[in-house]
Design a protein around this ligand. Structure first.
Ligand SMILES: [Zn+2]
Length: 630
């Protein structure tokens, strides 16, 4: 998942978007799991999803069930990274059978118990879409407009609890003239699609409407790019964008030796932010204005989410299992799933000679290390812990902020250098990624020790202490030590953080979120050494007021905070437990690291060769070499 987290100083804002998305309902999961086993009696489920052009505020779903017991449960799936809680928008649910109505009891927020007779029933419900927000919509959330929309996914389809292997057909009834692009399997009927399981059903969103569609093949596998434009869209040059995506796909195919899907779909939408990986598709927010100006940002997002097709969707952390209506477990393995995906998004774009933000791998690494030390949490919170917090509730890391995406990308980079050094350039992290695909793309997910052992199998070396110190432990990565393996040296100094006009940037290393339980606004401290942390404020404090202005929402907080300049005095009133108190924050500037990677003086022949291979984008393996390199 990505919410444009790459830019260094947007990190805190982007985290809040994730926090908002993953906020949990207070009553969620208050009951034990519903355990139902189906043996000889296998439920058969088909769906009709209807969009009425006369009512674009909602869509209807008809869930046709056969071979069901007299009493069963249906539920809405909770996504492991975001949980949009669309059970809040379920309306008009009722059940009909041949003998009249059955009964429905809502047992929990996302769970309904249904009683019927004669093993057949049709469940009807509407999803009443929330009114459009002032801010943009996340690219994976449903919407409807007169020219198209996004439907399907966990926001639309309920499932029979205990029957997640049930295949289903989906019949779409859409306004006239709308085209459909989705990762669901196509059938001979253009309006009927198939999903072999609930997991596939809810991970194949449907982009429909008046779309721009391009097709290409890579290694003989069909790919579709679909774009839904806003009515006032700016035209952009698809003759550059489409071949760029094709080159990216080709690089991923070369890395792994083949493509793991029958067909792939890129679902791009105007007027949306962020992007999300799916099983054989991706939803991406991409404004036409940006696409017409510069493809770099969209290609970077696309590369990240597309690489998740392997690293996350198939090579998955142990905690990510089958679909469930209960909040999924947080994962310790996201440093690998997100971090190495960041690593390869950059690398595949370079290998494809496409535009990237940093002019060289060295400059890219300098930026990453600067960001790593720029947020003190990265160096003191273990990547496993930061992984847990990535999609967990806000405030999990106390008074620190750490990015598992960033930590993981740097860990991947350092491990790549170790493997290259230990194998005299014969192998790289590419070999590890392929082996991870072989070992952990089935039902069994990985834990950090599995990554450790896979690396050891590739390099024939011991990386146990690396994992103990830098993955499970919370030691700051010794970049200089690993950079020296390829003849580089890290130079770092701390300087006042200045903006583009050389003016000091005010220390706003704070954030806020609204507690879903009691709606109070909570404070988040991103660094204990900030001017906020130094006066005794802590993450989790309820913000009562700032300069006597009551704070009732996150927006209230930011409206007051973003205007602050250096030297301003802010009277902050907070509540911790039952105690209210106030303190004065004098807004200061702060320091950020400056990072330069330079060559060491006496470079050995080995270091020089390894360095050249690394700078050029690493060991690019052709298919002929692939079997050897395993
Ligand atoms: Zn991601």
């Amino acid at each position: 998942m990505s919410v444009m987290c790459k830019k260094s100083y947007a990190v805190i804002a982007c985290t809040m978007l994730v926090f908002t998305a993953s906020a949990q309902h207070p009553f969620r999961n208050s009951m034990d799991a519903v355990e139902i086993r189906y043996d000889h009696q296998q439920p058969v489920i088909n769906y009709i999803l209807k969009v009425d052009s006369g009512d674009l505020a909602s869509f209807s779903v008809e869930m046709q069930l056969r071979n069901i017991p007299d009493t069963f449960h249906i539920a809405m799936v909770a996504h492991p990274e975001y949980d949009d809680r669309y059970w809040r928008f379920v309306e008009d649910m009722h059940v009909e059978t041949k003998n009249g109505n059955g009964s429905i009891v809502r047992e929990d927020s996302a769970l309904w118990r249904i009683s019927v007779q004669k093993n057949e029933a049709v469940v009807y419900y509407h999803i009443h879409l929330p009114p459009p927000q002032q801010e943009q919509r996340a690219a994976w959330r449903p919407f409807l407009s007169s020219t198209g929309g996004l439907i399907g996914g966990p926001h639309s389809f309920m499932y029979v609890v205990g029957a997640t292997l049930a295949p289903s057909y989906v019949i779409l009834k859409l306004p006239k003239g709308w085209e459909t692009v989705t990762g669901l399997e196509h059938t001979s009927d253009p309006n009927t699609f198939f999903a072999p399981s609930v997991a596939v059903l809810v991970d194949a969103p449907i982009l429909a409407g008046k779309l721009k569609i391009w097709n290409f093949k890579a290694d003989g596998v069909p790919h579709t790019i679909a774009y839904w434009p806003l009515p006032n869209a700016v035209s952009f040059d698809s003759s550059e964008f489409v071949p760029s995506v094709q080159k990216l796909v080709q690089q991923a195919s070369s890395l792994f030796g083949r493509l793991p899907y029958r067909e792939y779909f890129f679902l791009l939408q105007d007027g949306a932010y962020g992007s999300l990986e799916h099983f054989n598709s991706v939803t991406i927010g991409a404004s036409s204005a940006e696409l017409s100006r510069d493809l770099t940002g969209t290609l970077s997002e696309t590369a990240h989410e597309y690489f998740h097709t392997w690293n996350l969707m198939r090579i998955h952390p142990a905690e990510y299992g089958d679909v469930d209506y209960r909040t999924p477990k947080l994962s310790r393995g996201l440093w690998w799933s997100e971090g190495l995906t960041m690593f390869y998004a950059d690398l595949l774009l370079r290998r494809a000679h496409l535009s990237v933000e940093d002019s060289s791998r060295i400059q890219h690494l300098e930026h990453l290390i600067r960001r790593y030390f720029g947020s003190s949490g990265n160096a003191v919170i273990s990547p496993e812990k930061a992984s847990l917090a990535a999609y967990g509730p806000p405030g999990m890391l106390g008074d620190y902020f750490a990015s598992t995406h960033l930590q993981g990308e740097l860990l991947g980079t350092m491990l790549d250098l170790i493997i290259r050094d230990k194998t005299n350039g014969k192998y790289s992290i590419d070999n590890v990624m392929r082996k991870m695909m072989e070992r952990y793309s089935g039902e069994k997910g990985f834990i950090s020790s599995d990554v450790e052992h896979t690396i050891e199998d590739v390099c024939g070396c011991n990386v146990h202490y690396f994992f103990e110190n830098y993955v499970k432990g919370n030691k700051a990565i010794d970049f200089d030590k690993y950079l020296r393996l390829i003849g580089f040296h890290l130079n770092m100094s701390w300087k006042d953080f200045l903006n583009a006009d050389d003016k000091p940037v005010p220390d706003l290393r704070v954030y806020a979120w609204q507690d879903p339980k009691d709606k109070t606004v909570k404070l988040g401290i991103a660094d204990p050494s900030s001017c906020w942390g130094k006066v005794g404020l802590h993450t989790g404090d309820k913000i009562i007021s700032i300069n006597k202005n009551a704070i009732d929402s996150r927006e209230d907080f930011w409206q007051l905070i973003r205007k602050a300049t250096i030297g301003d005095t802010l009277l902050v009133e907070v509540q911790r437990s039952s105690d209210r108190w106030q303190t004065t924050v004098v807004v200061s500037g702060y320091k950020q690291p400056e990072v330069h990677i330079t060559e060491i003086e006496k470079v050995t022949e080995k270091q020089r060769k390894l360095r050249e291979a690394w700078i050029s984008g690493g060991m690019f393996i052709t298919k002929a070499e692939y079997s050897f390199a395993q």
